[in-house]
Design a protein around this ligand. Structure first.
Ligand SMILES: O=C(O)CCC(=O)C(=O)O
Length: 332
């Protein structure tokens, strides 16, 4: 047993009596963890034993004030420039809320709910290479790190149809690479996020389950493109609302069931995120699996936008956007 594991084993007796609370729970803890076995974290010098245990049991870890205000202000400014079309970034996907998309188009940030794939925007991509983020990421992925998926989310004030909600889902549904345990998302609040403006909601412990079937939820007011939801999760299951301050960052496992609520305020709730994976991960074929529906949808959208994309595989699409941020490029 490694020294770190031994330290953790000794600490567990203490934790059994006084569990470390890393994020506020709104309900009871889930699965018990055998103190000797680590599956979701790697040996490292960064995570305190109680943090490591928390991630192992819950599938997420919230770190306060990890990103400085100055960096955040630069990301926000770049987002404004993109919205005003002052900069054009190759490959960037710009998404609009379905209720806004149907209304008159205004070329500013009020029209845009999310941008994806900013790997070729040096300003925004700095987020993915921040050393303080990568230090944590390495605890989950190991030393060879690819930034695979980037997003800046600008959750709009809800227009009354509840379309600002993000259905509960597992991010692994979108990814044709494995193993899941060597993938992690970093999600940083670009301002205070709370229940009013639609913070993240997570179901602790669900990362220990399997990938579930996903599809569009049957919501009356409609649902945004590619916002698939888990079909059969138990709505009574304990949930945690992750209220965060500007710069706070949550790291979470790709099987963790999560989503976000309606934005009941008049402001836009902003967050930036990156999914990282070990470059030792392998691409998988998702044909015949629950992920086939998202593969087909992504390929259809890509071929509409870019007729030359016909014939490009789902795995190739991921390989184009992946960028090495630390260590060596291997398989991914
Ligand atoms: O930021 C949010 O509201 C949810 C983001 C999310 O879960 C996702 O885009 O996968």
């Amino acid at each position: 047993m490694s020294q770190a594991a031994e330290r953790l084993r000794l600490l567990t007796g203490h934790l059994d009596r006084a569990p470390a609370v890393v994020a506020t729970r709104t309900s009871a803890p889930t699965s018990a963890l055998h103190p000797h076995k680590f599956r979701y974290t790697l040996d490292n010098d960064l995570l305190k034993p109680e943090e490591r245990l928390f991630y192992e049991q819950n599938g997420f870890l919230l770190v306060k004030k990890l990103v400085a205000d100055e960096a955040i202000d630069l990301f926000r400014k770049e987002f404004e420039r993109i919205c005003k079309r002052e900069v054009r970034i190759p490959g960037l996907i710009v998404m609009r809320d379905i209720t806004i998309a149907k209304s008159e188009f205004v070329p500013d940030q009020k029209a845009i709910t999310k941008i994806q794939d900013f790997q070729d925007d040096p300003e925004l991509f700095r987020y993915c290479s921040l050393p303080q983020i990568l230090k944590y990421v390495e605890c989950f992925t190991g030393p060879n790190i690819m930034a695979m998926h980037t997003m800046l989310i600008n959750k709009p004030p809800d227009a009354g149809k509840k379309t600002s909600r993000h259905p509960m889902h597992q991010d692994l549904h979108y990814f044709p690479f494995r193993p899941a345990d060597r993938i992690v998302c970093a999600w940083t609040a670009l301002e205070r996020v709370n229940r009013q403006n639609g913070c993240l909601v997570v179901l602790p412990g669900t990362h220990t389950g399997t990938l579930k079937e996903h599809d569009y939820p049957e919501w009356e007011g409609g649902v945004n493109k590619m916002y698939h939801g888990v079909r059969d999760y138990d709505p009574q299951q304990p949930r945690v609302h992750l209220e965060m301050e500007k710069g706070d960052t949550v790291f979470f496992h790709p099987l963790l069931i999560h989503g976000s609520g309606m934005n009941k305020t008049q402001g836009f709730r902003k967050a930036i995120s990156c999914h990282y994976a070990s470059s030792d991960c392998n691409y998988i074929d998702v044909k015949g699996t629950t992920q086939e529906n998202i593969e087909n949808e992504v390929k259809e959208i890509a071929s509409k936008k870019l007729p030359e994309a016909v014939g490009i595989t789902f795995q190739d699409m991921w390989a184009f956007r992946g960028r090495l941020v630390k260590g060596e490029k291997r398989i991914l």
